[in-house]
Design a protein around this ligand. Structure first.
Ligand code: AMP
Length: 490
């Protein structure tokens, strides 16, 4: 079996790993570190929880330990889709590079440009950034990317979902052709395949088993409660509290997942009102509040984190005893990500999900993905009338057809629908806002209606827009228009 000491990592890195207490490399580390240290491109197909962050940070630290950065010219670049993930990579870097003199800067939204500029001006070895923020700095002339020797793209499939692929392509183009690329994605969608074919050179491909085969250390239960109509939300909140009470002291801490930001807020408020220690986390909340909340949860000061998928995705929070799915996730794979927040590193965990009749199809989709029938929990305890009265909800969601639709086949379709139908999960909450309009969503993901109205500058569909010319926008040069006119008269 491979040991860290077999991996040709720098002695200072080995010392840090030893202190952290890792005894053995994970499969992605054993697979990715040797080719990375040889200077080869790496394509890692792995998701969070597999140890992938160390699989790129450890060889980077080893390789960068020789040499120093020049002002404004970082020697390596790590791109992550969300602020939290970027911050997490930065934490990992600090941990593993503690015995080296390497410097880093974290470029994420919510932090002042001035502070970040000062660091870059001094020269950093590692720049960790979200794509939009990185390009902001670049465009302000504060950053030169021609000295980047290693570029890491983390969670590429998430980047795709969030419309960041044009940014990534642009950043690839700004770095030297000779750079080394370490590229990680949980899945290989066709668009991701295309990017890797374009920008990676003969990469070593390492694929580790999908976490989708849900960990055996997690006890899963689904509670099918007979709630429908207007007071569904209230019944679910009552039931959630009953579950928490039923689990009692077994719940040392828990993450409660909701599909929509508005429900994240409502559930957190309701739990607090009933005496539970809970805080919400989603992308509409102020960055410093989010950081405080997460830190509190990590440190064991906060018992319940009520979260949206995006806010919690990829976050490494060890020791979570319970995951509660307040909603059945709209995309089956999110179930795997959500419950993977518990039962980490061989510890036991419990994942409980509340399902209502309108969720039947989604539930069936999840069970088919994980190839398991989730055991049904006892729901006899649902007696909404027994629960403490709550104010009627202002923003209760109306059931719509699209809500019960089962998982669609492609991610791009998902993204398009997310922008179209209100009850779908919200757009990527903790993402850095894409910079240009184009970045907001990949071309193929645009809802049709949006595409149509673009050229029309907001005019109604049936209004007269003059001669219909597809593909040339509003600014049709006269001489071209003339040729169309001639055709028409013919
Ligand atoms: P990641 O997939 O990078 O988010 O890592 C998931 C968790 O695994 C983090 O808590 C790491 O600290 C931990 N981890 C990474 N490498 C190892 C290892 N070799 N042995 C044990 N735990 C590890």
């Amino acid at each position: 079996m491979t040991k860290f000491s077999d991996l040709k990592l720098h002695a200072k890195v080995l010392k840090a790993i030893d202190e952290v207490g890792y005894t053995q490399p994970t499969p992605i580390q054993a697979g990715a570190i040797p080719p990375a240290l040889e200077g080869r491109d790496v394509l890692g197909i792995a998701q969070t929880g597999t140890g992938k962050t160390a699989s790129f940070t450890l060889p980077m630290i080893t390789m960068l330990n020789r040499g120093r950065a020049r002002a404004r010219m970082p020697r390596s670049l790590v791109l992550a889709p969300t602020r939290e993930l970027a911050a997490q990579v930065a934490e990992n870097f600090d941990l593993y590079a503690k015995y080296t003199k390497l410097t880093k800067a974290l470029l994420i939204g919510g932090v002042s440009f001035k502070e970040q500029d000062q660091l870059i001006d001094k020269g950093v070895d590692v720049l960790i950034a979200t794509p939009g923020r990185l390009l902001d700095h670049f465009e302000r002339g504060k950053l030169i990317l021609t000295d980047v020797k290693v570029m890491v793209v983390d969670e590429a499939d998430r980047m795709l979902d969030m419309g960041f692929i044009p940014d990534i392509e642009r950043i690839f183009g700004l770095t030297p052709f000779t750079r080394q690329t370490l590229f990680f994605s949980a899945t290989m969608a066709p668009e991701i395949e295309r990017i890797t074919n374009t920008f990676l050179s003969n990469p070593e491909r390492i694929e580790v088993a999908r976490q989708a085969t849900t960990s055996e250390t997690i006890t899963q239960l689904v509670y099918e409660i007979p709630a429908s109509g207007r007071d569904t939300g209230k019944k679910k909140r009552d039931f959630l509290r009953q579950l928490i009470d039923q689990e009692g002291e077994k719940v040392t801490n828990g993450i409660i997942f909701c599909n929509r930001k508005v429900d994240v807020d409502t559930v957190a408020k309701s739990l607090k009102k009933h005496g539970h220690d809970a805080e919400p986390i989603h992308g509409d909340l102020d960055q410093s509040y989010r950081t405080r909340t997460l830190d509190g949860f990590r440190d064991g000061k906060l018992r319940f984190l009520v979260a949206s998928d995006v806010a919690a995705r990829g976050l490494d929070i060890p020791n979570v005893s319970h995951v509660f799915n307040f909603d059945v996730p709209s995309h089956s794979e999110d179930y795997v990500h959500r419950i993977g927040r518990t039962g980490r590193a061989g510890r036991s965990g419990t994942a409980m999900m509340i399902s209502t009749p309108k969720d039947d199809k989604l539930l069936a989709g999840i069970e088919s993905l994980i190839e398991t029938t989730i055991p049904r929990g006892e729901t006899g305890m649902v007696k909404p009338a027994d629960a403490a009265p709550e104010k009627p909800e202002a923003q209760e969601e109306k059931p719509t057809k699209s809500r019960s639709r089962s998982r669609r086949s492609s991610k791009s379709k998902n993204a398009a629908e997310e922008t179209q139908s209100a009850p779908q999960p919200e757009p990527e909450a903790t993402a850095e806002a894409p910079k240009t309009e184009e970045r907001r969503a990949p071309k193929q993901d645009k809802p049709r209606e949006e595409k149509r109205s673009r050229g029309g500058r907001g005019r109604g569909r049936n209004e007269d827009r003059g001669p219909k010319v597809v593909g040339l926008g509003d600014h049709l040069p006269g001489f071209i228009e003339k040729s169309f006119e001639e055709r028409r008269t013919e």
